[in-house]
Ligand binder design. Structure first.
Ligand SMILES: Cc1cc2nc3c(=O)[nH]c(=O)nc-3n(C[C@H](O)[C@H](O)[C@H](O)COP(=O)(O)OP(=O)(O)OC[C@H]3O[C@@H](n4cnc5c(N)ncnc54)[C@H](O)[C@@H]3O)c2cc1C
Length: 396
């Protein structure tokens, strides 16, 4: 597919949640009247993480900036239709504020305490709970080996992430953003300036600013401009199961000390866990690892929630995290030297919830040259050049 023009003020590579959030924030900003082109190699988004996610939002992070990003995301998602201008083409995203429950054994309880202090300092409603307090509220857990839980039922939960992406795309288009199906295969630099992208079709399109929102392919895109991104694809299987015996109430997104997570999904449940051998994934490998469910997940579920001894797995799917090996945090904003090349990459399992704040932040950087609503500069590429990791400890 060809573009209408041979040059744009802003070109965004990748039109899934990050690219389209940024595109919409630009289109909606009255101080911006530039042209925006979004290029995606697959406008069906069939293998994009944005379409294969579990779509949760939590405030329970170890870094204040990630807590603040999600607090912003919660308000945006809670008021989604209003956030996108109350347009009749924006359906609700069905936010279910059921909370996240992190469970810790004695050796890890201090991590929950430290993280809760950071979260409370940012205004998040996370509370620490003793096993007795947890048992009163959620009587279905086996808490024999649990020392402490941290729970936040206000602003954490899950929502229709795919619907959010579609609304960003629809409203960005309405605001004048052009989308084309094509693959960026080359990037031309003139010194420290990006000047154009080359498409698989052979077309060369000039740009004022280039945004890398290419998900797991972001390092391939960066390499086209001779820039290294420490990001790798990591395969994640997600399983849906049924349990005939009711728990009596929805299951918050529960994170077992083993790393297994599980939550309600309508009348069913979804679950997953980082694989034991978490090697870099083949970008075309979407085969579900059913053995992982049988061997590593079900026994943990049955131990933690004895009702889950009798469950039936219904189906599974695979998505890929864009995992930042350097410090497990996102890389956001302009390259310190190649200043018109911007990143929105390395989100692991939290990019959907971060998309409103990151899209807004990129829009502000492009229009004003600075962050205004929320300072995201701790997540800049600069830390990679300086070799100063900014570790996020609460990665699921
Ligand atoms: C199993 C799973 C569960 C998750 N659960 C959650 C969760 O509960 N909460 C949460 O917040 N996040 C979650 N995430 C993470 C979240 O889904 C991602 O962080 C987010 O969707 C990343 O969005 P993106 O737009 O950066 O990348 P993607 O959605 O991967 O999109 C990248 C796009 O770039 C395009 N592209 C790539 N290269 C090129 C090129 N050269 N030219 C043109 N186009 C290109 C691709 O076609 C694709 O459409 C989960 C992810 C997975 C896999």
């Amino acid at each position: 597919m060809s573009s209408q023009h041979n040059s744009y003020d802003v070109i965004i590579i990748g039109g899934a949640i990050m690219g389209s959030s940024a595109a919409w924030f630009l289109a909606a900003n009255r101080d911006f009247n530039g042209s925006v082109l979004v290029i995606d190699r697959d406008l069906s988004y069939s293998t994009a993480a944005s379409a294969l996610s579990v779509s949760g939002i939590r405030h329970q992070y170890s870094n204040a900036v990630n807590v603040k990003i999600s607090l912003y995301g919660t308000e945006f998602i809670r008021n989604f239709e209003t956030s996108l201008g109350n347009d009749p083409d924006v359906p609700p995203v069905s936010f279910e504020e059921r909370g996240y429950m992190f469970l810790a054994s004695a050796d890890k309880a201090h991590i929950l305490r430290e993280n809760q202090a950071v979260q409370a300092g940012c205004g998040a409603a996370t509370v620490l709970m003793t096993p007795d307090e947890i048992a009163k509220k959620f009587p279905f857990y086996n808490l024999d080996d649990i020392e402490l839980g941290s729970f936040n039922g206000s602003g954490e939960g899950w929502f229709d992430g795919y619907g959010m992406m579609q609304s960003f795309q629809r409203m960005a288009r309405k605001g004048g953003v052009e989308y084309i199906a094509n693959e960026v295969v080359g990037i031309a630099r003139n010194g420290n300036q990006i000047v154009s992208v080359t498409l698989k079709s052979g077309e060369v399109i000039g740009c004022g600013i280039l945004v890398n929102a290419a998900g797991t392919r972001a390092p391939l895109v960066a390499r086209m401009a001779d820039i290294a991104l420490p990001i790798v694809p990591r395969k994640r299987s997600v399983f849906v199961f049924d349990c005939h015996q009711a728990l009596g109430q929805p299951l918050p997104l529960t994170i077992d000390p083993s790393g297994v997570y599980c939550r309600s999904e309508g009348g069913l449940y979804i679950t997953g866990k980082p694989p034991e051998n978490d090697d870099d994934a083949d970008l075309n490998d979407f085969d579900v690892d059913y053995a992982q469910f049988e061997q590593d997940i079900w026994p943990v579920l049955a131990n933690r929630i004895p009702t889950f001894e009798a469950i039936k797995m219904i189906r599974g799917w695979v998505g890929h995290y864009d995992y930042n090996l350097f410090d497990q945090n996102a890389i956001i904003g302009a390259h310190p030297e190649v200043g018109n090349f911007m990143f929105a990459n390395g989100f692991s399992g939290h990019g959907l919830q971060q998309a409103p704040a990151v899209g807004r932040g990129l829009g502000e950087l492009i229009v004003y040259g600075e962050y205004r609503e929320l300072d995201l500069s701790e997540l800049s590429y600069q830390r990679i050049l300086a070799n100063e990791p900014f570790i996020e400890k609460a990665i699921i």
